[in-house]
Design a protein around this ligand. Structure first.
Ligand code: CDP
Length: 213
């Protein structure tokens, strides 16, 4: 069994890296951001005030898998709603069991998010903290969103990412920060192949260590 925790700010490349790592090692993959996005999207659809902790926590507790495939989850407005509902302890608690159970799937799992190494899986075998400069992250997210929305503006995307970073880092419930034992991967000047090679080496090292124990 191996658990790989990947954390980092918006559009840092952690999703691509995590998906590729899971495929490379034949592990399950959970994008935990999609859970918060799904709660945000449902709350928006139902016209619920995003700060209403009890109501939003109920949405989180009753979430079903269908909404996780909704393409609207990737919209910037939904990312922003996700970061607002993610501030609520009741919402985070409601999503915790699902994430921890997922991490137990055989033969192992890669989970990405903000608090995987610090709260969800503090005993993960490998912890990565993936980051990049805000300008580079905004550029990457802009390129991604342009494929479905030709009117998207780079400056709006950068502003949305900055607002979300500030909210995610300053909240009291499970704020985004690098775990002490996490490896830092700054991808500002790294292509995905180089970042992937570095991550694969760290996972192989952890696997060799497990074999020794
Ligand atoms: O894909 P991107 O990096 O833009 O964001 P995401 O991973 O889909 O996460 C959306 C929002 O959910 C974040 O801005 C966080 O506020 C929240 N989130 C969280 O609080 N904890 C997690 N483990 C994952 C996401």
């Amino acid at each position: 069994m191996i658990t790989i925790a990947v954390d980092g700010p918006a559009a840092s490349g952690k999703g691509t890296l995590s998906r590729q790592l899971a495929a490379h090692f034949g592990l399950h993959y959970l994008d935990t951001g999609s859970l918060y996005r799904a709660v945000g999207l449902k709350a928006l659809n139902e016209g619920i005030d995003l700060a209403e902790e009890n109501t939003v926590a109920r949405i989180a507790a009753e979430l079903d898998d269908d909404i996780l495939d909704d393409p609207r989850l990737r919209e910037p407005g939904v990312g922003e709603a996700a970061s607002k509902v993610a501030m609520l302890t009741g919402v985070r608690n409601a999503l915790l069991n699902y994430q921890r159970e997922f991490a137990q799937r055989h033969p192992g799992a890669v989970l990405d998010g903000r608090d995987i190494a610090t709260v969800v899986c503090p005993d993960a075998d490998v912890k990565l903290f993936v980051t990049a400069s805000v300008a580079e992250r905004a550029r990457r997210r802009y390129k991604e969103l342009l494929q479905t929305d030709p009117l998207v503006k780079l400056e709006d995307i950068q502003a949305e990412i900055e607002r979300r970073d500030a909210r995610d880092c300053s909240r009291s419930a499970a704020p985004l920060h690098q775990a002490e034992d996490a490896h830092l991967l700054d991808t500002t000047n790294l292509d995905i192949e180089t970042a992937m090679n570095a991550a694969v080496l760290l996972v192989k090292k952890a696997m060799a260590q497990q074999d020794l124990n």
